[in-house]
Design a protein around this ligand. Structure first.
Ligand SMILES: O=C(CO)[C@H](O)[C@H](O)COP(=O)(O)O
Length: 231
């Protein structure tokens, strides 16, 4: 199976968790986009599914497919969120934010009854940290935060857009991609980053994933994660 086929297989398995009438958090990224396409096909067949998109890109995709989309002012409950990931470890801890949408993604996931994570096989890792941790920061604070992120043991690189200017998130912030090497204590790092003034959100998702679906050559691996508090 190619990576693309693995993503497609994981997305197809994920939409089996969607029932008629559900409010569904719609993730961001190439794997999530395949899931959104499938949700669009379900809506076209007559299922009543309402989407809560996690980015402007996903909002545009969902609207183009005829999926009714709402903001957080219009929903009380999000039944299920389906989203991709950049890394997932055996405890279901994630690094997200490769697409720069982890702020909205984490908010939507935190409001959801369940989070289903979908990915191709290479995203499953023994230990988090080969993927640089995205840390979204307020622009005003960016120059001051670079040395502070270095002091935590990382090499932070300001993410740039294709034109060489700083990449700006949907919320108008910057992102430092932080190379921490292997992350021994993700919970401690998550807490440290969350308490730094100027840091808006980091890409560590701990305690969010309920089910992880990994597309592999042997089919979709279904990993059920035992519940723990999220951070
Ligand atoms: O966190 C994300 C966006 O902020 C994505 O879910 C993550 O980057 C995975 O994307 P892809 O499926 O394209 O590899």
């Amino acid at each position: 199976m190619t990576e693309d086929e693995q993503k497609q297989a994981a997305a197809e398995k994920a939409v089996e968790y969607i029932k008629d009438g559900m409010v569904v958090g719609l993730g961001t990224g190439s794997c999530a986009a395949k899931m959104v396409d499938l949700v669009g096909a379900m809506v076209a067949k007559g299922l009543k599914i309402t989407g809560v998109p996690t980015s402007e890109a996903t909002t545009a995709q969902a609207r183009s497919l005829g999926i009714p989309v709402v903001g957080l002012d219009e929903v009380n409950v999000i039944d299920l969120t389906i989203d991709g990931t950049d890394e997932v470890d055996p405890q279901g801890r994630l690094i997200k934010g490769g697409g720069g949408a982890h702020l909205r993604e984490k908010i939507v996931a935190s409001l959801s009854d369940r989070m289903v994570v979908i990915a191709e096989a290479k995203k499953k890792v023994a230990q988090l940290g080969a993927f640089k941790l995205p840390v979204e920061v307020i622009r005003f604070a960016a120059p001051a935060l670079q040395p502070r992120l270095e002091a935590l043991g990382s090499t932070p690189t300001l993410r740039l857009a294709k034109d060489g200017t700083p990449f700006t998130t949907d919320e108008g912030n910057y992102i430092y991609d932080c190379d921490f090497g292997k992350i021994d204590e993700p919970e401690d790092l998550a807490l440290t980053l969350s308490t730094m003034p100027g840091v808006v959100e980091h890409g560590l998702f701990i305690g969010f994933a309920d089910i992880v679906l990994i597309g592999t050559d042997a089919g979709v691996e279904v990993i059920e994660i035992a519940g723990e508090p999220s951070s």
